[in-house]
Structures are given as C-alpha cells and as structure tokens.
Design a protein around this ligand. Structure first.
Ligand code: PXG
Length: 442
C-alpha cells in the first residue's frame, strides 16, 4: 500500500523544502516550470525576470544550449565512472581548464558536489596539511561572524549566522570567529569597497595571540559575504588578513562559492582584490548551476606535501562517490566554453558602473537604510518593521514575484545577483520593478 499522505497529484506536503517557510509556501505556491536566458516561466505562464541567477549560480543565464547538449551527450556516452582508483578524461580536462583561469599558483583541484562539501573538503585539507607536515598541533579553525560556509557541520561551525547554528548543539570544537566588517554608521550607501573597517582585520592578530599561532590551522572567509546580506570587504581588509596569516603560518581559505566564476568581473575574487589565498572553495557557477558540482583549488605547496609515503597508498582519505562525475564534468566544461565565448568571466566589470548607478538610484525609496554593491552584486537594506524583523523584506520578495521579478531576501536585506548576461535594458527593468515594489510595501 502507498505510504503517501494522500493520492492527490502534486500534493505539496511530502517535500520538506530547504530554507523555506514551508507553511507559507504551500498555502500559496510559487512554482517555476521553465527558464530561458534571463527569465523563468511560472506555472501560471508569467515571465519572471531572474534578479538572482537562481541562487547565485546561473551565471550564463538559463538553458544555454551548449550546456544542455553536453549533458545529454555525456549521459548517453559514459553515464558514471567510479571516482576512486579510476578516472575518466573529462575530470582531468576540467581540472586543467580550471587551473588555467584560477589565480596563479592554484595548481590542483579537488572535486565535490556543492559549496557545503567544498568547505568541508577545504577544512579537512587544512587540518591534514599541517599534520602531514609534522605540525599537527595546528587544529583550530577561524571563521567570521555573519560568515556563511554552507550547512554541514564544519561549515556551520566556522560560519557566523546564528540561525544556522543555534539548533545544532556544540558543533566543532576549537573554532573561533573574527568580528564581521559591517559598519553602517560609517559606510552606509558606499559604492564599492567601504573606506572604514580595513583595520578590523587586526582582530585576527588578537585571536592568534589568545590561542597561539601554533594551534591555528586555517582562517576561512568569504571575500564578499553573500548570504548574510552582502558585506563588501573594506579597503585593505583582505590584504591585512593575508599578511597576518602568512606571518603566523596559517592557511587562508577564500570561500568563493558566490564570488567565483565572474561575479565581481574577474574569474575569482582573489584576482579582483589581488589577494592570494592558499585555497579557494567554489561550486554554483562552476556548472552554471545546472548539475551539482563544486571544486576546491589548492596551491602546489599544499598538494605536494601530501605526495609522500608508499606510492600504492592513498594520500588523502577523502572524496565523494560523485567527485568529478562524468556528467557534471561535461556540464562544467561546456559552462567554461560558454563563459569564454561570451566573455562572461569579465563582463561584470564592464557593466558594473551602470549597475551601480541604477542600484543607488533607489536610495530615496521608502524604508531604505543602506545600499551596497560590487561587480554584479547589489544589496538594499530595509529598516525592519518594529517587532517583526524580516517581514518587510519578505513582503517585498512576494510583491516582486507577483510583479514578475525574482529577488532574494535575507533578514531585511534584498540581495541581487543577476545572470552575468543581463542587458542594460534588463537592468533598467529590474530597478523599475523594484522601485515600484519598495514604494508599495508597508
Ligand atoms: N559557501 C558560500 C560562501 C555560499 O554562499 C555555500 C558555501 C554552500 O553552498 P551549497 O552549494 O552547499 O548550497 C554557499 C551557498 C543566498 C544563498 O541567497 C546563498 C547560498 C545558497 C543558497 C542561497 O544568499 N550560498
């Protein structure tokens, strides 16, 4: 007998949706049934302008033929190949292509299936690296308040978003957090990198002094914090973090799950800010969001440290059934082709000034207390309704969807990150719609 809650087709109850107000959604579902380039098609037939590249991942726009064809072809040719002790050509080709666009020195790639797994992988590489070097007392991990590093235990431990942590016990031990860099009193309505707050990086020095450098393995930060509502690094901040890490032999990990693959106008934020980490975590834009896949970039120094001991032995006891799977690799290769053919990994740099100007034109809309931007990222922070935090932004999200625009909200912050193919006319349309929405919300 069926275990179903009932037999109605498309009964919505069985699917416990991720990061969703399930009861609200199921009363009034927002169903997407198609997508092309800059638009989704809703189940009622309406075209919805994608202001968020899905969830910051569809950087080349939707249903790009090269990518969908590569997936179909790969599925018919080699559907799966064991990932352990076996290989297939496309995973190697992809790793080489990724190294080509990565910052200099990032010469090796480990594959995962998501941003969360990339983070876990990088944290484990960091711990194991110090151990293989005979420095196993370096076991502490340092994250940052308001940081988002996915939802697995390592990621929420180093992460700093309270709602994502508080329900889940004591998490990893030996973790500490740097302060975040959000200084609205000094930096509100800054275009690009804020002037104030670069010196907050020196808080890392204080943490190092407290625990002693010899106990610290790695520092992980998002170069631009996305999920928490877009916090752009103040001038000098990332360079200073790099200096402190180098001085104390601590690995610096940039979590580029959002900033990777062209979001800021360079392939990676490390290049954009000219700060070289020891590892980069990525996912999302790697396959244009089409097939789950992530990648962790590491320097030769890290990789080579593991290549010792008997040659028949596994050097690093970590990996996934789907690490570098054939279909994901094919999708990623076709994605990189599409980015290259259309110049998408640098397009954000060209369009960013126009984006910035239009975004900041919303300054005088009701309830707006801050606007911030970098590359093709924008955030509009709203004054919360007293006693009802998040409600105002959520109302804006619902109203925007009704008006044919997809935005993301976190707390009372609206985050925008459209596909990198967005035209000037579509930027105008996006902000025209948003202006109307902001004027309409209570
Ligand atoms: N690190 C960072 C910096 C991220 O932004 C992850 C890790 C986790 O990736 P996965 O693939 O496991 O979800 C992320 C994901 C949003 C939003 O709207 C952001 C993410 C995911 C979904 C929504 O802010 N970031």
């Amino acid at each position: 007998m069926s275990n179903r809650l009932n037999t109605t087709p498309n009964d919505l109850r069985a699917f416990w949706m991720p990061f969703t107000a399930n009861r609200q959604f199921k009363q009034n579902p927002r169903m997407l049934v198609g997508a092309k380039d800059m638009h989704f098609t809703a189940s009622d037939g309406r075209q919805i302008l994608d202001g968020t590249a899905g969830l910051w991942c569809v950087n080349a726009g939707h249903c790009r033929p090269k990518i969908t064809e590569a997936i179909a072809q790969q599925a018919g040719e080699l559907d799966y190949a064991p990932a352990f002790q076996m290989g297939h050509p496309k995973a190697f080709e992809l790793a080489n292509r990724l190294v080509d666009i990565a910052p200099d020195g990032m010469n090796h790639v480990l594959f995962t299936n998501s941003g969360s797994e990339s983070v876990e992988t990088a944290l484990k590489v960091a711990l194991a690296y110090h151990r293989v070097k005979g420095d196993g007392s370096r076991s502490r991990l340092i994250g940052r308040e308001r940081g988002y590093h996915g939802v697995n235990f390592g990621g929420i431990s180093v992460g700093g978003i309270v709602t994502n942590r508080k329900m889940f016990g004591t998490l990893l031990t030996g973790v500490d957090h740097m302060p975040h860099t959000h200084l609205p009193a000094q930096n509100a309505f800054t275009k690009g990198q804020p002037e104030h707050g670069g010196d907050i990086a020196s808080e890392l020095e204080r943490i190092v002094t407290l625990h002693d450098a010899s106990t610290i393995a790695a520092v992980i930060v998002e170069p631009v914090a996305g999920s928490t509502g877009v916090l752009i690094p103040p001038k000098g901040y990332l360079k200073k973090l790099r200096e402190i890490c180098t001085k104390h032999g601590i690995l610096l990990i940039f979590d580029e799950v959002i900033t990777g693959f062209g979001r800021l106008g360079s392939p990676f934020a490390a290049q954009h800010y000219d700060v070289m980490p020891d590892m980069i975590t990525s996912a999302k834009g790697l396959t244009n969001g089409v097939i789950p896949m992530g990648a962790v970039f590491v320097t030769s120094e890290i990789h080579d440290a593991f290549m010792q001991g008997p040659e028949h032995m596994i050097e690093f006891f970590h990996g996934y059934t789907y690490s570098g799977s054939p279909i994901a690799s094919a999708a990623a290769l076709a994605t990189l082709d599409t980015y290259k053919e259309e110049g998408l990994l640098t397009r954000a740099a060209e369009i960013a000034p126009y984006w910035e100007e239009q975004l900041h034109s919303l300054k005088d809309c009701p309830h707006v207390i801050d606007i911030r931007n970098t590359g093709l990222i924008g955030a509009i922070e709203l004054d919360p309704i007293v006693g009802e935090p998040t409600k105002r932004a959520f109302s804006a999200f619902l109203k925007a969807y009704d008006d044919g625009l997809l935005i993301r909200t976190t707390g009372d912050i609206i985050a925008l990150s459209p596909p990198l193919i967005i035209s000037k006319e579509q930027i105008d349309e996006l902000f025209e719609k948003l202006r109307k929405v902001l004027k309409g919300v209570a």
